[in-house]
Design a protein around this ligand. Sequence first.
Ligand code: UD1
Length: 433
Amino acid sequence: MENQYIIKGGTPLYGEVTISGAKNAALGILAAAIMTDETVTIDNLPDVRDINVLLDAIEGIGATVHRIDSHTVEINGSTINDVSIDYDSIRKIRASYYLLGALLGKYSKAQVALPGGCDIGSRPIDQHLKGFRALGATVNIEYGMINTHADKLVGSHIFLDVVSVGATINIMLAACMAEGRTVIENVAKEPHIVDVANFLNSMGADIKGAGTDKIRIRGVERLHASEYSIIPDQIEAGTFMAAAAATKGSVLIKNVIPKHLEAISVKLVEIGATVEEFDDSVRVSANGRLRHTQIKTLPYPGFPTDMQPQIATLLALSEGTSTITESIFENRFKYVDELARMGASIKVEGNVAIIEGVEEFTGATISAPDLRAGAALVVAGLVADGYTTVDSIQYIERGYECFEKKLRELGASIEKIPIDDERAVQKFKLKVG
Ligand code: UD1
């Protein structure tokens, strides 16, 4: 049964929220985990749909997956008996392609269905394939599958034409057991790149320079057992930061790495919110109307494209005219029409959104177009006057663990109810008055 969120807006968020492990780091790390025949234990795994789909696929090719609890898993890749992955579910997640790099790196061959993921623009994988080819692999795309194989992988010097998170991780995976040295230049520097590299190094890989523009890898013969804890999710944290500021509340966001949030913190401060940084938490508070600003999404350490819809929601309620330039994905403004139904005034011209701040939103029936946009619409519902229902929340559940529960614990009036369940709607309305 499909669910939806019902929200009664207008309550400032107060209290503490604990951020889960980083989804995008976890996806790379789970794929990396199958590259050793020894048992790997991974902790601080977010309990979200994309992770569970990837774990099912890993189990599907014969690896042993033992879930210790909802955030800890043991994986043993010694029992893998298939290097071909083609499930309906795996096609829906972007990171399925990490299995290509991992299997190619380990077995010198792999077949994986072309990846899906959020529909936020054209998402080519030419840089991934360029990297595999440079390492000596043959790559063909046939019947919706990417087929790749090599006699053996040999280290190479690769210059990425575009800064790509996925290509950086995928080439790292494929290269860590290739013969000799690999240098990858113009790589992405996101915190999850560093986390995947750290994890591979904890298994015995020799990767240097993750977090800079150039990654250097010395191939090792084998990888070994490891126990590893995934970093906190930068974007989940940023989403709660935006929600705290939008509702004019004050929230302590725990289990974060404040440095990873700097681009977001700076913009929040610029528009008039208060951000206090502690060792592993940040407090975001806001009072009164926030101000307009200009934002451009960029690869890390720039402002993350995955925070663009959430910050747009905030700016749509801020005084004056703001602009957001989306420079990573061309189709990332699909939430704009939904926000307009709540009273926002946003015009999109090419890759720029021009936002005229309004005083308030009013509740509406809206639909989540993708993961981050869905989260942004929930934030809009938390601020809006009256009731908002958000459907297609399966997108949101791909990447946010217990989203409505965490928001409720901060005082929000939000519930997950079955779609078209009028009685559940009435019950919610009675409860929240
Ligand atoms: C990852 C994240 C996603 C985030 C994005 C940018 C995961 C699972 N997803 O996506 O949440 O929004 O990084 O931070 O980690 N490109 C090419 N050729 C390629 C690869 C990419 O042209 O071979 C282009 C893309 O079209 C895009 C840009 O490079 O314009 C960046 O994409 P990339 O960093 O690869 O994004 P993903 O890894 O798909």
